[in-house]
Design a protein around this ligand. Structure first.
Ligand SMILES: [Zn+2]
Ligand SMILES: [Zn+2]
Length: 91
């Protein structure tokens, strides 16, 4: 599924003013190549411009973070009581 972008809503004058080539609606904020302005590929209220390559990278990094952070929280929830029990046994 392709992310909806602003290609249909911006006009050529806007493209000209911002140096955006035809067929694109933004310049990539990572590498500066022509890309598309769209909503962040994840559950973050953020809109930016990315080229197709960087969008994939950004989305992959987000998914990695979205996976690692809950994992760390679960580990913390599991480890904290265990260390608490051990600590009480030591004392
Ligand atoms: Zn676009
Ligand atoms: Zn890029």
């Amino acid at each position: 599924m392709k992310n909806p972008c602003y290609c249909d809503t911006i006009d050529n004058q806007y493209r000209e003013n911002n140096g955006i080539p035809l067929g694109y609606c933004g310049n990539c904020e990572v590498c500066g190549k022509p890309g598309h302005t769209q909503h962040f590929p994840g559950a973050v209220p953020y809109t930016g411009s990315w080229c197709d390559d960087c969008l994939k990278t950004v989305a992959r990094h987000y998914k990695l973070k979205a996976f690692v952070i809950p994992l760390l929280l679960v580990l913390l929830l599991v480890i904290a009581p265990i260390t608490g029990i051990l600590w009480r046994q030591v004392q």
